[in-house]
Design a protein around this ligand. Sequence first.
Ligand SMILES: *Cc1c(COP(=O)(O)O)cnc(C)c1O
Length: 358
Amino acid sequence: MIPLNKPVQPDLRKLEKFLDRINNKGWYTNFGPIHQELTEKLKEYLGVENLLLTNNGTSALQVAARAIDTKSILSTPFSFVATVSAFKWQKDELAFTDIDPITLNLSPQKVEAAYQKGCKADTVVATHVYGNPCNVDELTQVSKKNKFQIIYDAAHAFGVKINDEPVLNHGAASTLSFHATKLFHTIEGGAIIFKDKSALEKAEEIINFGIRPERGIVDVGINAKLNEYQAAVGLVNLEVIDSILEHRVEMFYRYRKNLEDVVELPKWHPNSNCNGAYMPILLKNGRELHDISNRLGMHGIQTRNYFSPSLDKVFVDSHNYGSKVSLASAERVLCLPMHSYLSAGNVDEITNIIKKAL
Ligand SMILES: *Cc1c(COP(=O)(O)O)cnc(C)c1O
């Protein structure tokens, strides 16, 4: 049995030391010392400034939306549902436009075309799909011309850089997810990286019931704080993050080398590193996808048709400036097993089954 994903197991001996510290202080949540330490270590590791931890990646998106005060968004239909539902949750108007067929990321040309056709969205929401960064330079250019802000769902893009610059520093905000299935995790958790310090300060209030210390209740807020136990898991996992990334990247390139002449593979940004967050392949069509996933399933190998469905099929009452590529990609994209406990032998076994089938 080879699972699609297997969460990183935190080192229990290291974790116990942190839990002892928490008991000794009697400080379990509300921006405690472990929370503070994880914030500082992540800022340093990721090369970012205005980072705020949250209790998950979906609340990170919701809080970013409120801190930046979005009212209407133009988004990619090719992402996890939370990318879009976080904004629907606060009753933002929603529109979609299409992705690039080679990278599967939101297409800057299609965004420009949507604004030419009268799109009025104040914010574009784009996902760095599978950790492959969007064309951030072109999106920035289009945003300046059409005067919208950009929020990046960077849930897959932990540790990703373009020309050695963290991809998280693009846009008004980028959000991360530290869910157990992600390559860096705190069981449940997330973070927002803001361009502006003022937005960070507003978000600090929002995640704490709208309370600003010394000033009282200054805003409508929610409770989206990461607790000390989960921050401790983060610190323990962060100690081994380099080996986690190294292993995933090695498996990623092994898969790609084994499969490069056999299936279509999304094209990566030319100036970015890979983090091995996911291993997507593109089959010819839905029928071939089901054939391959069934064959792998018979060998106990889990796969997932991710992302599917294209989100314009879920949020049918939103404006759609085009989603043909997204609809077609959602039919034929398959994610193969990728996690810390996957071996080179596993990868070869999986790719051999695919090669034989095709
Ligand atoms: C995982 C994920 C989220 C949601 O994160 P949670 O921490 O599970 O709430 C949002 N967007 C994308 C693209 C994701 O993969």
